[in-house]
Design a protein around this ligand. Sequence first.
Ligand SMILES: [Zn+2]
Length: 603
Amino acid sequence: MADIKQLPTRDQVNPKLTWDLTPIYQDGQAFNQDFDEVTKQINALPQLEGTLSHGAKELVKVIEAIMNTIRPAEKLYVYASLKHDQDTSDADNQALSGRTQSLLTKLESHIAWFEPELLAVDPATLDQWLKTETTLKPYEHYLRTITDNREHVLTPAAEKLLAQAGDALSASSNTFGVLNDADLEFPVVEDDDGGTVQLSQGVYDQLIQSTKPEVRKMAFKQLYAVYHQFRHTLAATLSGNVKTHNFEASVHHYRDARQAAMSANHIPESVFDSLVTSVNDHLPLLHRYVALRKQILNLSDLHMYDLYTPITGEPQLSYTFEEAKAEALKALAVLGPDYLSHVQEAFDSRWIDVVENKGKRSGAYSSGMYDTAPYILLNWQDNLESLFTLVHEMGHSMHSYYTTHNQPYQYGDYSIFVAEIASTTNETLLTDYLLKKYPDKQVQAFVLNHYLDGFKGTVFRQTQFAEFEHYIHEQDAAGQPLTAEFLSQYYLALNQKYYGKAVISDPEIADEWSRIPHFYYNYYVYQYATGFAAANTLAQRVTSGDTAKRDAYLNYLKAGSSDYPINVMQQAGVDMTQTGYLDQAFAEFEKRLNQFEALAKTM
Ligand SMILES: [Zn+2]
């Protein structure tokens, strides 16, 4: 019997491989001091209620009082959440995190009056203030992001009523969460080693990648059998959630839920439409990739449960974390010496929590705020996948670094729409680097497949989700009941359209809509697809050797929220309202598919 791997406890981990949080707070006492100070500031904020309409100077005073409170509160939040994640079983950390959460909730409720009061200022008066008061000028874009949607904001009384109904309106979404995360019980299935394992969402994600067809088939069949049993309940929760989006859009005078969701981030709807059109035009490429998968796996029939198993085996590449750091620096060198110096700083200043320990949060992320370093949480394994994760999270952290060092506090963050572009660009640069560096066929095949699978899962699959999401919102608005039968029928047809004839659309997949948490996020998924495609164009520009193009990229990293996301990307060299950048991404996918096909013939 194999030894069961024991994870170290937190205090057994080499400190060099942990993040150093002392630059945020030297110790618990320093945290507590700041906590008390911020609490006082929060308690004083309601005194400002009703004053901002008195004049431009008063408005500046209110904005600055609020920001001067949020800013240190964010520092508390980063410290508490990182502490919590490094060992979630630690009772002190849990308490720290709980206290901070309550403080932030209080802060939110103490500034809830700000937006309605600002919107109550006559637009001509506000324009006048902006013209004459120089201390207000630095906040102009910040104010515009709030006042742009003025016509969609109701009276303070009506908004208050809606806010009070918030818990009731999110009941469907919460019910889905509880059912999906806690109540659904899955059977015991066979695992990879011939033993048995209790099926769960996490176990399913592993088993569906099994190299044994029977294992992934049984995991698939058993998981969907459970969802099928609850399909009417899950249709009701999804329908309730869609109705909430449609209701909120309608009462705020939006044409539909999509317009409401996208205008909240100031993204033109043409971005969504261009994506869906372009992906549909390029579906034959996905069909080709899937057919190649079938051929390499040597299967007479390719099922939906055969889409995640690795088709190239593990490459002959492994990295210790030390080796990975050196490799990351080489792969990212095209971004220039300044960028590299900050990556080096991240390594040298211990911004990264590297290895697993008992109780540490799983996965990986980048997290930081204006007055903290952009920390990175990893659960390092000595393989290529971890190297990709490292450069991905480093992309987020460098984006944060450049933003906070080039923007004033009010523009010192960035929207989700642009966030994944920085991380994916780094992954694309790593892919380019590895393909150039390693002629070995096994490595080439692995890297190409990693890219093609990433493209499939991000550009094609998320657009399939986006199409589904938009369709069900439209149907609900038109009075169509969103029953399980209706949802499954459409989903199956959509799935067949996306994957084509090479895949058998197993009947179970018709219920896939019932288990996707992202369908509760309100027009969120399309951004994964647009971000991946935009990163492709940007990586090509960066590697072109033209320093002006590289600088345009760095300017995007520096821009923060000083302009609307779509303008920031335009300046960086990608017009996301048109299909050009998508065509470019599909051309790259096709090129690499050709390479992979050619390589597969020789292996
Ligand atoms: Zn990311």
